[in-house]
Write a new protein. Sequence first.
Length: 365
Amino acid sequence: MYDFSKMTNRFNTNSYKWDVKENELPMWVADMDFETAPAIINALHKRVDHKIFGYNTVPDDYFEAYQKWWERRHHFHMEKDWMMFVTGVVPAISSVVRKVTTVGENVLIMSPVYNIFYNSILNNGRHVLSSDLVFDGKEYHMTQHGFARHNEFEIKNQSQTEVTFTLVSNDEIIKQYPFLFELNVTYKLVENTLTCFINVKNKDHQTIYFQVGGHPAFACPFMENESSNDYYVEFAEYETRNQKVIDVDKRGMSHVQLPFFDHEKRFFVRQQLFNNDAIVIKDFKSENISIKSLNHQKSIVFHMQGFDHVGLWTAKHVGGLLAIEPWIGHADYVDFDGEFKEKESCVALDTDKEFNVQFAVEINQ
């Protein structure tokens, strides 16, 4: 049995931790104030009694002790080949940094951590990428429509008919969105259809929360010398749905809902429908929404998979366009003051999992 209640006076013992004033309580370093376990003391005495100190090999029972510790506490067997003796944590981290990275690369740490860990990275010519621990309630701010649209994606794959753009967490993004992720957006052209695949990967050690959406917009009317009044929007299925009303003044979603479809599937494009910003519809049945004209057979068919909201929008100051925007969720309600993960339709993605949605634009001439 170990006596964890015994106090040992460590003042004036050349202790780095206890080199403080008498009334100070040092709590800044991982230096235990319990007496060392008797088994360790006895082993040290035995070694000292030998009276000769030289270079030593590492015996098998050193590794066996570690293996048994994991087996007893976690029921996990660790092979000896997986282990290597090192003289301390800092030398081990420095060796790992040199082994698995190259000069100039970023090394992610989850701060707050022991400050010397930063030196293990910087002294080896690498850059520190810090992902600070987040406490619930801390606020993060991002611009309208999120952060992805303001960041430069890298081209991951490219061919004559397909390209994939990738965005990953970086220092600036973490200031707005405190999770590690990989966002892949792939555009693939097959005949008259352009498909956009959106893939989110959780690269964090914790569940990440997010919402995604697209903002494709189309010329309406399609051709010159036409009027948008001759165009209509057609859902694939008959719908009975309300329209969520945006509070333009407060720049958020209100709780007001107005009837929009009553077992209907189409409406004509009229500017007054959009005087209060976008028409927002949730949980629609239709797989696609089309833009069509009374005067010809040309059309745009917009396909969606995995989205629970759609926003239909046109702007007075732009004119000549109609946006069909697939969303997971939407802007905050004007009175919302909860956590991000409590937002309507917020996606919760576990570590190492992926999330996929897609939309497609079919152009019929």
